[in-house]
Design a protein around this ligand. Structure first.
Ligand SMILES: CC(C)(COP(=O)(O)OP(=O)(O)OC[C@H]1O[C@@H](n2cnc3c(N)ncnc32)[C@H](O)[C@@H]1OP(=O)(O)O)[C@@H](O)C(=O)NCCC(=O)NCCS
Length: 166
């Protein structure tokens, strides 16, 4: 297990595309949803996505680093900003058309888990989302991530899924 000082959190840029892509592929691998042969293609396709979507403002990512002299990356999280149709607000009393955020790519390297790094990343993400005017933030929780999201105030919704299309 690594020795953690205070982790440093920074916003990702397009130059971090390969790192974000590795976090994404490692996340799916650890969730048991990615076989070895698909790791490389997913990482390559994701790097291309991040290199385009970050400058376009469609995706914002955060990277946690050790905060020591190496300042090595140890975790990441991101949010995709998605336009929504005009809709009633929660109370049905007014219209809202602000974008929503979808939390993606929450990943902490094994040696740095259970020290609050993902929680710290998520708090930065939520603060940014509020400032950016996102009307809501949604995610699909893995079994490992669920307690963290519940602690932050996320609640289950009525979403349904049809998986026959891919
Ligand atoms: C899920 C995941 C991102 C959590 O990362 P993490 O950095 O370990 O998360 P945190 O440390 O902030 O919180 C995780 C747990 O550690 C606990 N924790 C936080 N600080 C702690 C500390 N100093 N000492 C001991 N435990 C601590 C938290 O209370 C939490 O416990 P709980 O799960 O029993 O509620 C990480 O396990 C991971 O990458 N998993 C694989 C990919 C994945 O599932 N990603 C989520 C997709 S939705």
């Amino acid at each position: 297990m690594g020795t953690l000082t205070t982790p440093r959190i920074r916003l990702a840029t397009a130059a971090d595309a390969a790192l974000l892509a590795r976090h994404r592929a490692d996340m799916f691998r650890d969730m048991g949803r990615l076989n070895a042969a698909t790791y490389g293609p997913l990482a390559a396709a994701s790097a291309a996505y991040f290199a385009r979507a970050i400058p376009a403002g469609e995706y914002a990512g955060w990277i946690a680093t050790t905060g020591d002299e190496t300042d090595a990356p140890i975790a990441g999280a991101g949010v995709q900003v998605r336009a929504m149709l005009p809709r009633p607000n929660e109370t049905g009393t007014a219209l809202t058309d602000g974008p929503e955020g979808i939390v993606l790519n929450v990943y902490t390297e094994h040696a740095w888990r259970r020290r609050g790094v993902a929680e710290l990343l998520m708090r930065h993400l939520l603060e940014w989302s509020r400032a950016r005017g996102l009307v809501r933030v949604v995610l699909h929780a893995s079994a490992g991530g669920r307690p963290l999201y519940e602690k932050l105030g996320f609640v289950p919704t009525n979403e349904m899924r049809y998986t026959g299309t891919d």
